[in-house]
Design a protein around this ligand. Structure first.
Ligand SMILES: Nc1ncnc2c1ncn2[C@@H]1O[C@H](COP(=O)(O)OP(=O)(O)OP(=O)(O)O)[C@@H](O)[C@H]1O
Length: 293
């Protein structure tokens, strides 16, 4: 494929993402401001805004009037005991589960509840599930390359050739995820932690604004966990991150030195407490339902 055709393809994809987001734009939230369709409007500070979200399964409320706001560039840790509703919350944000009630906005104008799951994946929300899902038989490099092609057809993917900037981008991501020296290695031969990093790299190739990370360090060694904390801290600011985790040492590493960094505790489908790690750890209700177990 020629660079011109690739550019044209990229433009079509960009237009598609814009039109998808434009369809979901709410007039009310942005009243009085000019908003470019497809742009994530964070002028009010929030990149993600959940308001009064309720999800019921056969009458049981997995989410119970959950409200949460994540600022643009923020790294928010979410903790909570098993069954607190963390996965269900991620499912609502990514369109996998429809809530019975409430609002969910990406920026102040994109109404997530008006979009389908595949549409949400194109507007800048990347989700990493707990288990790594890399292509084991391909090399690390090929996995990252493939992440660029996800919205190409089969034929276009076969003819796909990387441009200089795309090669540079893969190089940057390889460095970021500590896999520069393993670029040609078969992904299946990587350690569990390296596979997790590779999958995070694949998400980053798609340039998401918001990253949702579900228990990213489960099964990692201490050293891998520390390096993952460094990676996330390096993304903070340029990306917004929501990290669901049980590993309190990891949460400590992510919040270290920043007393005002917020940690949210979910319990029975709602926010039980929110504040610095020190504050939530000292909160009696939190100790009772979670940390004290
Ligand atoms: N599809 C479903 N049908 C019925 N109940 C469900 C369904 N999905 C989740 N639940 C219930 O909703 C509650 C919240 O589940 P969820 O998986 O969101 O919790 P979680 O905080 O992610 O837990 P964990 O830390 O164990 O992953 C649980 O009681 C769970 O059993």
């Amino acid at each position: 494929m020629t660079p011109e055709l690739m550019k044209a393809g990229a433009k079509i994809r960009e237009e598609h993402a814009k039109s998808v987001a434009a369809k979901a734009v709410s007039g009310g939230a942005s009243y009085g401001r000019v908003v470019t369709p497809g742009e994530v409007d964070t002028a009010h500070g929030a990149i993600l805004y959940l308001d009064d979200i309720t999800v019921s399964f056969d009458g049981f409320k997995a989410l119970n009037a959950l409200s949460l706001s994540i600022s643009a560039g923020e790294l928010r840790c979410i903790i909570g005991p098993n069954g607190a509703g963390k996965t269900t919350m991620m499912d609502v944000i990514t369109g996998k589960t429809r809530p019975d009630a409430g609002k969910a906005f990406f920026g102040s104008t994109i109404d997530l509840l008006r979009l389908r799951e595949n549409q949400i994946a194109t507007i800048g929300i990347g989700r990493k599930f707990q288990k790594p899902t890399v292509f084991e038989h391909l090399s690390v490099f090929e996995n990252l390359e493939l992440a660029l092609k996800t919205d190409h057809g089969v034929r276009a993917s076969m003819l796909f050739r990387l441009t200089g900037p795309q090669l540079d981008r893969i190089g940057e991501i390889l460095t970021l995820i500590h896999l520069k020296d393993h670029a040609q290695r078969t992904a299946g031969l990587l350690s569990h932690g390296q596979k997790q990093w590779l999958e995070i790299g694949m998400l980053l190739m798609q340039d998401p604004k918001l990253l949702l990370l579900d228990e990213p360090v489960a099964g990692m060694t201490d050293e891998e966990t520390e390096r993952t904390a460094e990676l996330f801290l390096s993304l903070e600011g340029s990306h917004s991150l929501v990290v669901v985790e049980h590993d309190m040492k990891f949460i400590g590493e992510l919040t270290q030195g920043k007393a005002n960094k917020k940690v949210t505790v979910l319990h029975e489908g709602s926010v039980l407490a929110e504040g610095s790690l020190k504050d939530v750890q000292a909160n009696d209700k939190v100790v009772e339902v979670y940390l004290g177990r």
